[in-house]
Write a protein that binds this ligand. Structure first.
Ligand code: G3I
Ligand code: 9MR
Ligand code: ZN
Length: 540
């Protein structure tokens, strides 16, 4: 059953930091609105909405009530003269702390190959899973033991490309906001020396290294069963044979990128591990150089799990070259990066599982190595142009979001958080604070300031999603889903039977259902959590 209903006054259900932008999005023509102290019913502040907007994404007329000026800590709700009332929310500077930790802890819950024990997992504990070696597809007598890593999502597949994105987001978050990771989570590996975020990423990076083909240095695209198990199977009960799909250039490219990044970031904590990352990256790079014209990955005919198909590998190569240059300072990587940058046939500001050029651009712009001034200027100007475009879209959107109506695609919440991440990096590199309020509104959207009136993060907010497409949450017999998971969010593409039957005709941002069956709107995934951890790292 779907519980979420579209809400009259949408707010961030977690609440607001005192100094942040604060906008209540009110359905209808608006007018006067008031802030009421939720404890004693007293009216503490009154305001007037801006003129109403026809909001194409939500399909609604909405009015924005800006109460940024009200900064006093407390618990409140918003009311209008026609009798509407919002969920109650807090104002205080610690509103994001718990959610940030839970969204990072989520990666522990995604772990494959290790038992999740009660001290760390609470009621969501389960046995170890997927420990049998994987058969190399097409070479059936060969097996590779690639245990570990994170399950991708609501399914138990492990895919290199989204895994590299997720790890990169967390590593970048740590790199830019180390103080956000000072507290232990804790994890089984917590040692008070290396921050837990690095322990958690290491769990994935070790698996990624196992995915590198010993024979060629290329990286297998994915490790999955032949098809998806039923929706309530616990990981330890998913015992069908495991297969490695063939090596791909996209997997090998982003592997080289995230490994070179890891070599740099782990070096102060674990020199031997850092060295193994660099070696793995260089080997992957050598494979890429030997394979300049690779076809895009397609699922072998027998394998029906997630494809992560992508015909364009220049962006992954670009990312790899940038990170290898940033980490080693060696000229050939700079040359390769410049050549790829000139090619121009791919997005240089994208942070998705398919288009990863943004990571290369970030690495080059943040590098301490000598850069080519014209190229750096060009990339910086492009980054700011992109940020300005996102800000301009946000200024016209009813909910302050940078998504256009046709961007409510499968995993739209990843775009919401990727855009906020890009705005943060653009602000940091340029010294501009102009993007800050847009970042806040993107976060507010995820936690409830959206047309569904839903918090898209399990366990957080007054009306969080309760029925994500997540096999452990469905199969574990625990009422509450695993906490801290980010739902994919509205998808106007109607890519599952539930959506086709119940969501046809809805506005893009309302094409969402909090039901397990709707995997194309309400699945969870590591690479939807990871940019959200990055963004919240700025706010804690
Ligand atoms: O990029 C185009 C866009 O240009 C176009 O306007 C739009 C119109 O629908 O489509 C966009 O492509 C979509 C693409 O996602 C965007 O990234 C495709 O339609 C859509 O089918 C595709 O969905 C992917 C889905 O797998 C199906 O392949 C999701 O991105 C991807 O996140 C999802 O990943 C799954 C794995 O396969 C298995 N594990 C769970 C995971 C999350 O659901
Ligand atoms: O459960 C699967 C989900 O994890 C994947 O992201 C999705 C991608 O296509 O597929 C889901 O599996 C569905 C399958 O594709 C079609 N039959 C119904 C399955 C859901 O139970
Ligand atoms: Zn597993």
């Amino acid at each position: 059953m779907e519980h979420a209903q579209q809400n009259g006054i949408a707010v961030n259900q977690l609440g607001y930091r005192s100094r942040d932008a604060k906008i209540a999005v009110i359905a209808g023509q608006g007018g006067r609105f008031r802030i009421v102290n939720a404890e004693n019913g007293e009216v503490v502040w009154q305001g007037q909405t801006a003129p109403a907007i026809e909001d194409a994404s939500s399909g609604r007329t909405v009015s924005r009530g800006d109460f940024t000026a009200w900064e006093a800590p407390g618990t409140y709700r918003i009311e209008t003269e026609d009798g509407q009332s919002s969920e109650s929310f807090g104002i205080n500077d610690a509103v994001y702390q718990d959610a940030h930790r839970a969204m990072l802890k989520a990666f522990y819950y995604f772990r494959c190959g290790a038992a999740l024990d009660e001290p760390h997992a609470g009621p969501w504990k389960h046995e170890a899973c997927h420990l049998t070696p994987a058969i190399v597809h097409g070479h059936e007598s060969r097996q590779v033991d690639a245990w570990g890593g994170w399950h991708d999502a609501g399914d138990y597949g492990k895919y290199v490309v989204p895994g590299a994105k997720a790890a990169a987001d967390l590593l970048l978050a740590f790199d830019l906001y180390p103080e956000a990771f000072a507290q232990p989570l804790p994890l089984p590996e917590s040692d008070g020396r290396m921050p837990d975020v690095l322990h958690e990423c290491r769990y994935e990076l070790d698996w990624l290294q196992r995915m590198q083909d010993e024979e060629s240095g290329g990286v297998f695209h994915k490790l999955t069963t032949l098809r998806f198990p039923a929706g309530d199977v616990m990981p330890e009960d998913d015992t069908a044979p495991l297969y490695l799909s063939p090596v791909s250039a996209t997997a090998t490219g982003c592997f080289a990128g995230v490994m070179a990044m890891s070599a740099r970031i782990y070096s102060p904590y674990d020199e031997a591990f850092a060295a193994s990352c660099l070696k793995a990256s260089e080997r992957a790079w050598a494979w890429l150089e030997d394979h300049p014209d690779e076809p895009g990955f397609r699922n072998p005919a027998e394998i029906a799990t997630g494809e992560y198909g992508d015909g364009q590998d220049a962006d992954e190569r670009y990312w790899a070259a940038a990170e290898l240059y940033r980490t080693t300072g060696e000229t050939p990587y700079h040359e390769a990066f410049r050549a790829l940058a000139k090619q121009g046939s791919f997005g240089k500001y994208e942070l998705g599982w398919a288009d990863m050029g943004g990571y290369g651009t970030f690495a080059y712009l943040m590098s301490e190595q000598e850069e080519e001034p014209e190229l750096a200027q060009e990339l910086m100007a492009g980054l700011l142009r992109r940020a300005d475009e996102l800000a301009a879209v946000s200024d016209r959107d009813g909910y302050g979001l940078s998504l256009l109506p046709d961007q409510y695609i499968w995993g739209s919440n990843m775009l919401v958080m990727n855009h906020a991440m890009l705005l943060l990096v653009a602000g940091r590199l340029s010294g501009s604070e102009d993007y800050e309020r847009h970042v806040h509104e993107h976060v507010h959207y995820v936690f409830g300031a959206n047309v569904m009136g839903t918090s898209y993060v399990t366990g957080y907010g007054a009306r969080p999603i309760r029925h994500p497409h997540h096999r452990p949450s469905e199969g574990d017999g625990v009422e509450e889903p695993v906490p801290g998971l980010v739902s994919g969010g509205p998808n106007k593409g109607l890519h599952d039977d539930y959506a086709r039957e119940h969501l046809a005709g809805r506005a893009p941002a309302a094409s969402f259902a909090d039901v397990m069956e709707s995997y194309s709107t309400n699945e969870v995934a590591i690479y939807w959590n990871s940019p959200a951890v990055f963004v919240l790292s700025h706010l804690v």
